[in-house]
Ligand binder design. Sequence first.
Ligand code: PFF
Ligand code: NA
Length: 460
Amino acid sequence: TTSGSNAGLSRGLWSSRFAFILAATGSAVGLGNIWKFPYVTGENGGGAFVLVYLLCIAVIGVPIMMAEVFIGRNGRHNPITSMRLVAERNLKSPVWRISAVIGMIAAFAILSFYSVIGGWAASYVGHAAMGDFTGGTAESIGDLFGGLLASPVQLLAWHTVFMALVILVVSQGLKGGLERAVTVLMPALFLLLLVAVGYATTTGHFGEAVSFLFTPDFSKLTIEGVLIALGHAFFTLSLGMAIMMAYGSYLGNDVPVGRTMVFVALMDTAVALLAGLAIFPVVFANGLEPSAGPGLIFQTLPLAFGNMPMGDLFGTLFFVLLLFAAWTSGISLLEPVVEWAEENTNMSRTGSAIVVGMLCWLLGIASILSLNVWSDVTPLGMFAAFEGKTIFDLLDYFTANFLLPLSGLLTAIFVGWFVAKESLKADLNLHGATFALWLNLLRYVTPIAVVIVFVYNLLG
Ligand code: PFF
Ligand code: NA
């Protein structure tokens, strides 16, 4: 039968639909929402960028997310094998698994620098707890951040801590620890973001931030900005990285995929928008540049915490939660490659987690050095488009803006055009207009949008 059989269930399942929602939300909500969304929005002019981003989430992100979960649940193996099995069941070439291969390469590359940023979050837990933000000025907070980036030793230490935390959980298997942690952490993160937004309303610049985020000025939007919005939609929903395939492979057959993924996307979007509302008022109140780049939250939130009542406490809690959000996402980045290594080599789960994690840790060192010793090293600097981009910048840029959309595109074409409709309907429990809407988004809207954006960017 082409519809999801329960074969392969010996691998175990999530203990409930809720557990899957938490794990998927844990993967989605991370540095992408709190660190990356505000700074790419700042770099790309605000409102118009946000609008395009929201459109990408709704029209491209959610349908692909459902397609990935379908493949994982239908295949019930690691992403590459699942993709091959689903292809074979539909009498199509196993070559489609290339999209899972691209996704896993992307996941590996992303984790290498994601862990470095996770390390920044870890180091800021310490700073907040020791009161280093108290009474801070834009300058003192800026110096603190500059000091961290200038020190390869500190960066390496925190990168190592972060990667060790990720390896630890992945080597134990997905369930248990992860499920329990996320149940508590997600609501807590939400609450603390609300506290930060509450402080932001007292800066006198809240209205300015709201109009920056929500008043589209299309003259500020470039075609590169559209590509970045699309890439970030993939990044933030953890798409194009075979992750939802890996998580879907443990999902019970009775769970309604459509509603569940819409909920995960809504949570993710809410956290990103709240982060924007917490950060931009502080940026404007302190005369900081919205386009400050990757350091944005590390230069703004500490100012807010340093100048509010009980700021040390809130600041510490906030960075602890940011660290946990990054942790649950980091776990999901390591999972697909480890799942693959475990099923295809003679290494155990623990061995796979350690070996893959250590290789990724090694690659992360290139990103660390990009921030200081190698800050002038720009391997593709001879091309105008990549001028000034360090290795770190390039890893970030290529994964998010090229590999993820490409992998997503292949997944959309494969599921949209090559999987039997009856199998999709049965597995996803979608009918009538909802099914038609989903299928058409996957068949036409996603491929056309991704291809147009790619072509425009290649033409410069
Ligand atoms: N979605 C995560 C975030 O927004 O931080 C990051 C991420 C996790 C990206 C897992 C990709 C991924 F596969
Ligand atoms: Na996200």
